[in-house]
Design a protein around this ligand. Sequence first.
Ligand code: SF4
Ligand code: SF4
Length: 139
Amino acid sequence: MSDTVTKKLMLFFPKCECEKPIIYHLVKDYDLIVNVYRAKVTPEEEGYLVLDVTGTEDHINNGMDFLQTFNVTINTTGKGVTRDEQRCTHCGQCVSHCPTGALSIGDGATREVVYNEADCIECLACIRVCPFGACASAF
Ligand code: SF4
Ligand code: SF4
């Protein structure tokens, strides 16, 4: 059996595609495990989904090919939440609010705060608590 991998995807939908049962098809037709972090899907406007998909590389690729047929724009960089390195003062305020450790003290000597975006689950807590506006959402 092929190894499974997990990929973080950001999907941007044109207005007319928001009501399609995309998650249902990814699970049923492409045998993927889907974990949705953030979603804004309404019939009136463009929408987005931030999700993890877990499955074999082939199944994930086939699922992404399926998504492309809906004019869905797929971003695989996983950067839904960004940190502005120029603004960040490494005050540490966000670290205790980050539920996954994506924001952590990287070096005990310098107390520099490190952002490991791969561990981010898009809870947006850091955006709320950062006193310097260093964290932001791509949408
Ligand atoms: S709260 Fe903001 S300024 Fe402070 S370490 Fe976190 S991202 Fe940097
Ligand atoms: S959005 Fe949540 S999980 Fe991601 S870095 Fe900020 S606090 Fe951590």
